[in-house]
Design a protein around this ligand. Structure first.
Ligand SMILES: Cc1cc2nc3c(=O)[nH]c(=O)nc-3n(C[C@H](O)[C@H](O)[C@H](O)COP(=O)(O)OP(=O)(O)OC[C@H]3O[C@@H](n4cnc5c(N)ncnc54)[C@H](O)[C@@H]3O)c2cc1C
Length: 404
């Protein structure tokens, strides 16, 4: 803790975003506290653990060190997108299935090694102490109440951030932007030898623009098999959770399998109303920083955590931790991935209006093309949308209607 009993930075949430924020702030000489409510960091794993080669390169750059082989469960050779009529579109290129339970813990260890203190407990409130000109994070741990004052609080507490809400940001997502993910780690002999990720589209699999995935993990016939569905669709079906769709999907695809683990989690399909407030910065899922199409948020979580800490360092050294003093955060996020995410969000919202026939048409168009993971997701989706004159016209009308 700092000289006046105030931390420079308190980070709430020791996921990849929070750990990177704490590590970076501590490396820059700040007094940092990292708060995590889970007893075991990274567990349960709420992630399909996939990343592209580009994603892994960014991860390495953000961390400033080589990738530890223990963080990688399996290298994959490409992605197969399967449309409702079973057309297979193949995107060639390396990717990786990670071991988040090891990676997340190692990132938190790096934060502590850099000098951050860690407290296991749940943040239950955030108030402003006007006199001391700081924020105070209220934490409950082992039934005890603690109050941690901080010049800057970094909210890395996941989707629909409470830290953001307590700082006055509207963090509630529309149901049509809220993705509910459900996933099983399964074993099936039919998975042995699979070295591509498979994504399944269409109303029979995940109605309303969702998708199901098979991410092969390890050499031993295991895979993360999951489904992501928009909350509005689940409500329409009167089914509160996507378990039903996942069970139907697995039973259709595999004739023999065993479920080893089950997990579930929310994916923010869009950012909240803001990502900064006076003395507060949101990072990772708390700031809605996931790829709006794939739902991948590991890379952007780590990048935003690092940027949040660097902006906090600059604001503290200038002595201006107000919202205005933190405004550089938005500029830097926009440059790093924010602009791409804005475009992908428009395309994703449009994709939620597509029908099975549209996916099939797009699949037929792309089937013969050489696609590689080097094509950026924005370019790939553009190719898709502009491949079919009917869909191009509907996309244009969608943008006009939604004033985009
Ligand atoms: C089913 C599913 C599949 C996914 N698949 C992929 C994928 O394949 N690839 C990919 O890149 N991304 C994927 N994602 C997204 C990815 O997991 C997240 O984007 C990433 O974990 C974000 O990191 P984070 O640090 O922002 O948040 P988190 O990893 O969610 O960490 C938030 C932390 O904050 C803690 N916390 C929350 N509230 C409090 C509180 N009040 N007090 C103290 N601690 C608190 C939590 O316990 C948690 O440890 C998937 C997500 C889901 C749900």
């Amino acid at each position: 803790m700092g000289k006046k009993g105030i931390f420079d930075v308190v980070v709430v949430g020791a996921g990849p975003a929070g750990a990177m924020a704490a590590k970076t702030a501590a490396e820059n000489g700040l007094d940092v506290l990292l708060i995590e409510r889970r007893t075991q960091i990274g567990i349960p794993v709420q992630c399909a653990e996939g990343t592209s080669e580009e994603g892994l390169r960014i991860l390495k750059d953000v961390l400033g060190e080589e990738i530890d082989p223990h963080w990688i469960a399996k290298q994959i050779e490409g992605v197969e997108i399967i449309t409702p009529d079973r057309t297979i579109v193949t995107v060639e290129g390396k990717g990786y299935i990670l071991e988040r339970r090891i990676l997340d813990r190692d990132l938190a260890i790096r934060a502590v090694r850099a000098g951050a203190e860690i407290v296991k407990g749940k943040a239950v409130g955030l108030v402003r102490d006007k006199e001391a000109d700081c924020m105070v994070v209220n934490v409950v741990s082992s039934e005890q109440n603690y109050f941690f004052p901080a010049k800057i609080v970094i909210g890395a507490d996941g989707p629909e951030s409470k830290i953001g809400e307590w700082a006055g940001i509207d963090t509630k997502l529309n149901l049509s932007d809220k993705i509910i993910g459900k996933q099983y780690l399964i074993y099936s002999p039919e998975l042995e030898g699979l070295d591509r990720v498979r994504c399944f589209l269409g109303d029979r699999v995940a109605p309303g623009g969702g998708y199901a995935w098979i991410f092969p993990k390890g050499k031993n016939g295991t895979a993360n098999v999951g489904i992501g569905m928009f909350k509005n669709k689940l409500k329409e079906y009167g089914i509160p959770v996507p378990d039903y769709f996942l069970d139907v999907f697995i039973a259709r695809v595999f004739s023999k399998y065993q479920i080893i683990e089950k997990t579930a989690g929310k994916i923010p399909g869009a950012p909240p109303s803001d990502t900064i407030a006076d003395n507060v910065v949101l990072a990772g899922d708390a700031a809605g920083f996931v790829n709006p199409i794939t739902g991948g948020g590991l890379r952007t979580g780590m990048e935003s955590g690092k940027i949040a800490a660097e902006v906090a360092v600059a604001a503290i050294s200038k002595g201006d931790t107000s919202k205005q003093g933190l405004a550089d955060y938005k500029r830097r996020i926009s440059l790093a991935f924010g602009k791409d995410n804005e475009q992908l969000l428009i395309m994703r919202r449009f994709s939620q209006t597509l029908k099975d026939e549209d996916y099939d048409d797009l699949g037929h168009f792309l089937q013969g093309m050489h696609l590689s993971s080097e094509t950026s997701s924005v370019t790939l989706i553009r190719k898709l949308l502009f491949s079919n004159p009917g869909i191009t016209a509907r996309f244009a009308a969608f943008k006009v209607k939604n004033k985009l």
